[in-house]
Design a protein. Structure first.
Length: 391
């Protein structure tokens, strides 16, 4: 990992002697909640003007319906498309439906309401963890701005839907924070839960594994061969734990369907497979020239952000995770419109702009930029949610 000793690092939120962790994170949580409140308000007004049910738009369409059906009835539902294709519900991971079912059973909420509640609570937990990472690496001000920027992400409207993005981000960011604190077993346990939430937990698994390899190689080369595994036993245990959630679900599908590669067959039935980016290239080639140029410019901006993350010398687990989420989102053959939201958990991409905004001399200027981004995100979210296609 890059040398963090070249500048005085701020104390970790959990080690502040005068303030509890939650109190330290309060400004970040307030900023995040304010940004998301703007998004919800704009959406609610827009939905009312269009004569549509806002709660149904947030929790009763697309992937939300699949998760809620699993929560109510378990796995086993399949849709046969007009062209003969088959969409089984085994494509959806089990943690969110389990939480929806559990919350609905112990509260007056419906399963749909429970799904929205889980997403909103997980969004706060994710913003808290994002603040904690930003604070630890670049200072408290950066942590607050980072949490607000994540709430103003272009597709941040998904953070208010009964989807898995906020839950997955919360689990991954706290896992990475645990790694930065050297708490590998906690990191591995959180990764297990992330692996029960989304298949893109592979990015977190890779980040933990690669970081551990680098630690072991550096110690080996430094002459610390004697007792190498014993000294790093907790790290190795955490890395061994990390893939168990993802693997458990893959094995579950394999046993249920009677084939070792059944999970990948299920994903293929949904049109999701790894093609190295061929589907993305074909999609761009099929667009009108202005749209193709615009999309290429957006991809160029994405590449520039990745480069800034590298030049920023982010800690290895944070950097690997962010890049891996981007790569996984781009090299699949699935529905193109979902790719921006699939990249939303890649919060490390926002660290360079967060540091830049936090470095502005005027707090009012920083707030004005964040407010403008929040309004833009809110307008785009309302337009998307009122449209016919899934995000």
């Amino acid at each position: 990992m890059p040398d963090q000793q070249t500048r005085p690092a701020p104390a970790a939120p959990g080690t502040r002697s005068a303030r509890p962790l939650l109190t330290a994170a309060a400004p970040a949580l307030g900023a995040y909640a304010a940004v998301r409140a703007v998004g919800l308000l704009v959406f609610w007004v827009s939905a009312s003007a269009a004569g549509k049910d806002a709660l149904h738009l947030l929790g009763g369409r697309w992937d939300s319906v699949w998760y809620q059906r699993i929560a109510q009835d378990g796995y086993g539902y399949t849709v046969t498309l007009p062209d003969g294709g088959v969409h089984p519900d085994l494509a959806f991971f089990p943690l969110l439906p389990a939480l929806e079912r559990g919350l609905a059973e112990v509260t007056p909420l419906t399963v749909q309401g429970a799904g929205i509640a889980v997403a909103w609570l997980a969004g706060l937990l994710a913003a808290w963890g994002i603040f904690a990472v930003g604070d630890r690496l670049y200072g408290r001000r950066t942590g607050v701005v980072l949490a607000a920027l994540w709430g103003a992400y272009p597709t941040a409207f998904v953070q208010s839907m009964a989807y898995t993005e906020t839950l997955f981000t919360a689990l991954t960011v706290w896992s990475l924070y645990a790694v930065l604190r050297g708490r590998w077993i906690a990191a591995g346990a959180l990764c297990v839960l992330a692996g029960l939430t989304r298949p893109s937990a592979a990015a977190l698994i890779a980040a933990l594994a690669l970081t551990a390899v680098v630690v072991l190689v550096r110690e080996w080369r430094a002459g610390g061969r004697r007792g190498l595994l014993r000294r790093n036993a907790r790290m190795l245990l955490g890395v061994c734990l990390a893939p168990l959630g993802w693997l458990a679900y893959v094995v579950f599908v394999a046993v249920r369907e009677g084939g070792p590669f059944a999970y990948f067959d299920v994903q293929a039935q949904w049109g999701n497979s790894i093609d190295g980016g061929r589907a993305l290239a074909a999609f761009i080639a099929g667009l009108p020239l202005p749209a193709a140029l615009g999309l290429c410019a957006a991809l160029g901006l994405l590449g520039w952000l990745v480069l800034l993350c590298v030049r920023q010398r982010q800690p290895l687990p944070v950097l690997v995770y962010g890049i891996a989420v981007v790569v996984i989102s781009l090299i699949g053959s699935g529905y193109f419109g979902s790719r921006p939201r699939l990249m939303m958990p890649a919060f490390p991409l926002l660290l360079p702009p967060a540091v830049a905004l936090a470095g502005l001399r005027s707090t009012a200027r920083t707030a004005a930029v964040v407010a403008a981004l929040a309004l833009g995100s809110a307008a785009y979210g309302a337009w998307t949610l009122l449209g016919p296609g899934p995000p």
